[in-house]
Ligand binder design. Structure first.
Ligand code: AHR
Length: 310
């Protein structure tokens, strides 16, 4: 392809149905389950035959999945990368076999010509938005004085959203000059991981004003631990998270979480459009981003009542 898009041009159309091999990160939490559901539903709706594999958070398994899709001579391959590094060799083999690759949700650190398109959220902006809550709403509540001590609960190390949400949060925090990141611990995207990570920090210090959890699950886990320690989550310690799953919005309504930045897992339809367009359409965009929103206690309730899907 050239420029920003890839044309359907010379690609041979499959004689039967499109077969898409998809390797998912795992089933680590609410966001991921919703993402898997979205992909399966969209495949069915678009009559794409989906070969779905779950890497259970293991990059090696994901490499094996991609190789097995190449061996099975699928029409196209997609995956949500567990980490950013290590995919070059297998993606070169996919290219040599003439099988187009589409990244979903996350990115990889490799030659961008190894994939035709990537679909996902703007993770740096999500981190920015999370810090802006502390800079604006929280700071106003505190009278604009003193430093704001923040504990950051990271996702799995080496994954795009972990790196980029941190980057965005730190950049905005630095600009304010008062937001101090006093600890960064990985909670591996899970509720149990979030609990363990905040426990570790609490052994060192209790001088915490806010927690920035890189997803709802970890933030809700941290809220439980804080409550058990006699610290009122959402009141004594503010909690900001990313994702905006139903559980996250319910946490806002209950007053346990204070602010949630949305990251939509509903990217199945976008993925299937790209897959179909690669063979039967015109142009495919190299980068497709999803919409985002922010929620607080007031806006969470109507979003839940509107029948949020995930
Ligand atoms: O890549 C998106 C992230 O992965 C979500 O924010 C998180 O919940 C999931 O595990």
């Amino acid at each position: 392809g050239c420029g920003d898009s890839e044309s359907a041009g010379p690609r041979t159309r499959p004689s039967g149905p499109i077969v898409l091999g998809f390797s998912q990160v795992g089933a680590e939490g609410g966001w991921r389950l919703a993402n898997t559901k979205s992909i399966k539903k969209a495949a069915e709706r678009n009559r794409v035959k989906l070969l779905f594999e779950d890497a259970a958070g293991d990059p090696k398994k994901q490499l094996e999945h991609i190789q097995s899709f190449i061996d099975a001579k699928v029409t196209a391959i997609s995956f949500s990368p567990v980490v950013e590094k290590g995919y070059d060799d297998v993606l070169r083999r996919a290219r040599d076999a003439g099988i187009p690759v589409i990244l979903t949700d996350r990115l990889i650190d490799s030659d961008p010509s190894l994939y035709v398109s990537s679909i996902g959220a703007e993770f740096v902006a999500e981190g920015n938005l999370a810090a802006l809550y502390l800079e604006n709403d929280y700071d106003e509540e505190q009278g604009g004085k003193g430093s704001i001590n923040v504990v950051e609960l990271l996702g799995a190390i080496g994954a795009t959203p972990t790196k980029q949400r941190s980057e965005g949060f730190a950049a905005t925090a630095k600009r304010t000059g008062r937001i101090k990141i006093i600890a960064s611990e990985s909670g591996d995207w899970t509720k149990a991981g979030g609990e363990a990570a905040i426990r570790k920090v609490l052994r060192r210090t209790r001088k915490i004003d806010a927690v920035f959890a890189q997803n709802d699950d970890m933030g809700l886990g941290a809220a439980e631990v804080l409550a058990a320690e006699g610290l009122k989550p959402g009141t004594d310690i503010k909690i900001v998270t990313v994702d905006a799953t139903r559980a996250g919005l319910e946490g806002l309504v209950a007053g346990k979480l204070n602010y949630v930045v949305e990251c939509s897992p509903l990217i199945g339809e976008d993925l299937m459009s790209v897959v179909v367009d690669l063979f039967f359409g015109g142009e495919v965009k190299k980068r497709i981003t999803s919409d985002k929103n922010v929620f607080n206690k007031i806006s969470a309730a109507p979003a839940l009542e509107a029948g949020r899907e995930y």
